[in-house]
Design a protein around this ligand. Structure first.
Ligand code: BGC
Length: 793
């Protein structure tokens, strides 16, 4: 296939159609030009290929695939080789299922632990997220399957994700929110990048020329195709002009004539369209010119890999009395229904149909370990506290008890944010009741994001399993009983409670203007200045072994040291290198992660670890200079076992621009980020007043409004009910027979998507005239509504 030669043969209309999907998952095909369709599928922790009826949020069943641990867990491996292997396995499953491009990985930063989709993202740190994503992409693409790096950019919450604007100062935008994308793109060149739903500083990502053309394509030299998140497209001419190459899913050429007109009138240049069409043809070429043709994959091998990833990622948060590893001969009591009915993946577009899910109890059975089990609570009814009494009455004096708690799908899912980090109250109460009966308590957690742990001081051991995939149960047993020495470390901070999180007072509350008042101070960048607010710091994770760091050496930009496993088990240690910028003319976090490595060691084995820094590691974006720069000075370098466990410190001189300190540099919250920033701090930082919320009341509705925003109007209330009915009709089932979770995700999507985007996604069934009529009714304009309804278009 010769993309340039084919492009030359295409008509204007064909080029426009090539840049808009054919249906929910495929691109248009043009047999007379030998251009086939290519197929996308979600990702990112398994292949979600739907067959038959197609939707993108889990309402319809998909084909079976291995459920790997979600990104929140696999990130805790800090192991790029393992992420590469995971990518390879996913690539093989795509080949077997005839999928050309897998929609992942997600590298959005974890700004708040409450984001309902954090389970799909790697970290709060851009260097960790970017490097892990790059390895995953390399793995997938080594099988000649494309990856789609998402969601570009600043999509850090689910509340109003389709309509809100992430208002961010340039410093945080470059150094935090764009950085993981930049790293992954420069290292691994994903075949596609998916633009996000939200706006950034007021401009939608899909028509954001600064983001897509200037930054991504020009400054970063990205040569792949930019695709829209599903339904994120706006006006096709404006989107193409901004550099958004493919709109997904297809819109039945809704905008075809207007794009033709835009080109004829010179509003959109044909050269720009040609460039998008060429990027698409090059993408299709990569998909068709495959040498790999696996038609099947070995399910058991992939399940073993899923188990290995979980084993290497599970984090031992606490083990004060060395209760773990457990003794195989000790009678154990397991309490908690999550041990029997596991939560192993998240919900929404990433939800896949696994081959065989194994619970913790299955893992114990498989390992032939004797145990007794008490449910303690029911996953179906977390308001019911009745089970606690019976569960704790069976505890023998001083018995070791595993209490399995966590979050269910109702707490975390695509389209929703949590309002608190609290576990279901029945879980907290259960742990307290168990602690009152025995001091030997191991808490095992299943959750997509941090939870508050008021009971932490009273329990001996805590194992964080996140959402461990279909082989998660046995992996947890392997770690609990010491068959595997835990080696995962946290890829995000665990705050003490909700209030400890810097953006908590506004998170999920600001409706359509989301102001990132804290700038770069999220996660450990904030907690380092407020250490009493963190329960388990970024980079923390225990082992059953002890590791010694010794013999620090420096040779120019290379720093090396010896790492020894002092035993008593073989194991792995994750070593981390942080730097602190010495500048006094600008604000900086107390430290930033720049390098990391996972090192495997037998007992008494020593290995030399070397990190080599380069000039780019010292670069930052200056709001004042409106560009990136390096400040000359003596940088503080730390070799650490976690963000708070520093083993070595040394100074390193770096050349660069003079640190232009002036005596009257006024100090701001950002120079000493203690407590919470005020509006005035953010206004001074950006030099602009805080943007005002856009009105969503009667009289202000447009096609860019959502049914949710209209919920206080008569028609809005009717539409809330109509959406429920429409979803039931779509699956041809009564509400009671539809999976709760998939229904809620789809419902929220339908209610929070602007009407304009619903028209585009509806395959012609939701007509513009109907949508306009609804808008008029919501604005109280009955006559105009009637006129619209009578139109057929
Ligand atoms: C999600 C994407 C996903 C797409 C297709 C969207 O709603 O945000 O992550 O890839 O749907 O399912």
């Amino acid at each position: 296939m010769d993309p340039k030669a084919i492009l030359a043969k295409m008509t204007l209309v064909e080029k426009i159609r090539l840049c808009s999907g054919k249906d929910a998952w495929q691109t248009e095909d043009f047999p007379h030009l030998d251009i086939p369709s290519i197929r996308f599928s979600d990702g990112p922790h398994g292949v979600r290929k739907t067959s038959g009826k197609e939707d993108h949020l889990g309402l319809f069943e998909s084909e079976k695939a291995v459920a790997f641990p979600t990104a929140s867990l696999s990130a805790c491996s800090w192991d790029v080789d393992l992420l590469y292997e995971m990518g390879q396995a996913l690539g093989e499953e795509c080949l077997a299922l005839n999928v050309d491009v897998l929609l992942g990985p997600g590298v959005n930063m974890k700004r708040s632990p409450l984001c309902g989709r954090n389970f799909e993202y790697f970290s709060e740190d851009p260097v960790l997220a970017g490097n892990l994503a790059a390895a995953w992409i390399h793995g997938v693409q080594s099988k000649e399957i494309g990856a789609s790096l998402k969601h570009f950019a600043a999509n850090n919450q689910e509340t109003n994700r389709m309509t809100s604007s992430s208002n961010i100062d340039d410093r945080a935008l470059h150094d935090l929110y764009l950085r993981p994308f930049e790293i992954a793109i420069k290292q691994a060149n994903p075949w596609t990048v998916m633009c996000s739903y939200n706006r950034i500083n007021g401009v939608s990502s899909s028509k954001n020329a600064w983001l897509l053309s200037d930054t991504l394509k020009s400054v970063w030299n990205y040569d792949g195709a930019v695709i829209s998140d599903w339904g994120a497209g706006h006006d096709r001419s404006e989107d193409i002009a901004a550099g958004m190459d493919l709109e997904m899913p297809g819109n039945q050429q809704y905008y075809l004539s207007s794009v033709v007109k835009a080109i004829q009138t010179g509003k959109l240049s044909e050269a720009r369209l040609n460039e998008s069409a060429l990027r698409m043809l090059k993408l299709i070429q990569k998909c068709v010119d495959k040498e790999n043709t696996h038609s099947s994959y070995d399910i058991d091998t992939h399940r073993l890999l899923a188990r290995k990833i979980a084993q290497s990622s599970i984090v031992l948060l606490k083990n004060d009395t060395q209760l773990l590893p457990l003794n195989l001969n000790e009678p154990i009591l397991v309490i908690g229904e999550l041990a029997k009915i596991p939560r192993y993946q998240g919900s929404g577009s990433s939800r896949i149909r696994p081959h065989r899910v194994e619970s913790l109890l299955d893992g114990l059975d498989e390992a032939k370990i004797q145990y007794t089990y008490q449910a303690g609570y029911s996953i179906e009814d977390l308001e019911d506290f009745e089970g606690i009494e019976q569960a704790i009455s069976s505890i023998l004096p001083d018995q070791t008890v595993i209490v399995f708690v966590g979050l269910t799908d109702k707490y975390e899912r695509e389209g929703f944010d949590r309002t608190s980090m609290q576990l279901p109250p029945v879980h907290d109460r259960l742990i307290e009741a168990v602690c009152a009966k025995t001091k030997n308590v191991v808490v095992v957690l299943a959750n997509g994001a941090p939870v508050s742990m008021p009971w932490e001081p009273n329990v001996s051991s805590i194992l964080e399993g996140y959402l461990p995939g279909e082989a998660g149960g046995p992996a947890l047993v392997d770690v609990l009983y010491g068959k595997v020495n835990p080696s995962g470390k946290l890829a995000e901070s665990f705050p003490i409670d909700d209030e400890a999180v810097v953006c908590f007072p506004h998170f999920g509350i600001e409706r359509n203007q989301v102001n990132y008042r804290e700038s770069i101070f999220t996660g450990y960048r904030y907690f380092d200045a407020n250490p009493h607010l963190v329960r388990f710091p970024f980079g923390h994770g225990l082992s059953y072994s002890t590791f010694r760091y010794s013999n620090l050496q420096r040779n120019e930009m290379s720093i090396s040291f010896d790492l020894t496993n002092l035993g008593p088990y073989a194991g792995s240690e994750i070593v981390q290198l942080y730097i602190q910028n010495p500048s006094r003319s600008d604000f900086f976090p107390r430290q930033e992660l720049k390098r990391f490595a996972k090192v495997n060691l037998n007992v008494n084995e020593t290995r030399n670890v070397t990190f080599t820094l380069n000039e780019e590691d010292f670069r930052y974006y200056s709001n004042k200079h409106k560009r990136s720069r390096i400040v000359a000075g003596e940088y503080d370098i730390r070799i650490s076992a976690s963000s708070t466990d520093i083993r070595f410190r040394l100074k390193l001189h770096v050349d660069g621009e003079r640190d232009d300190v002036t005596e009257n540099n006024p100090k701001s919250w950002y120079d000493d980020p203690i407590g919470k920033p005020r509006e005035i701090d953010f206004e001074r930082l950006t030099g602009k007043p805080i943007p005002k919320e856009i009105s969503t009341s009667k009289g202000s509705f447009t096609l860019d409004s959502t049914f949710d925003e209209m919920r206080d109007t008569w028609i809005g209330r009717r539409m809330l009910k109509a959406v429920d009915k429409m979803l039931c009709d779509a699956v041809k089932k009564p509400r009671a027979e539809i999976d709760d979770d998939a229904f809620e995700v789809m419902r929220s999507f339908s209610l929070t998507t602007p009407l304009r985007n619903l028209i585009l996604m509806s395959n012609g069934s939701f007509k513009e005239s109907l949508a306009t009529g609804i808008v008029h009714l919501a604005n109280g304009k009955g006559v105009q509504a009637l006129i619209s309804f009578l139109k057929k278009k």
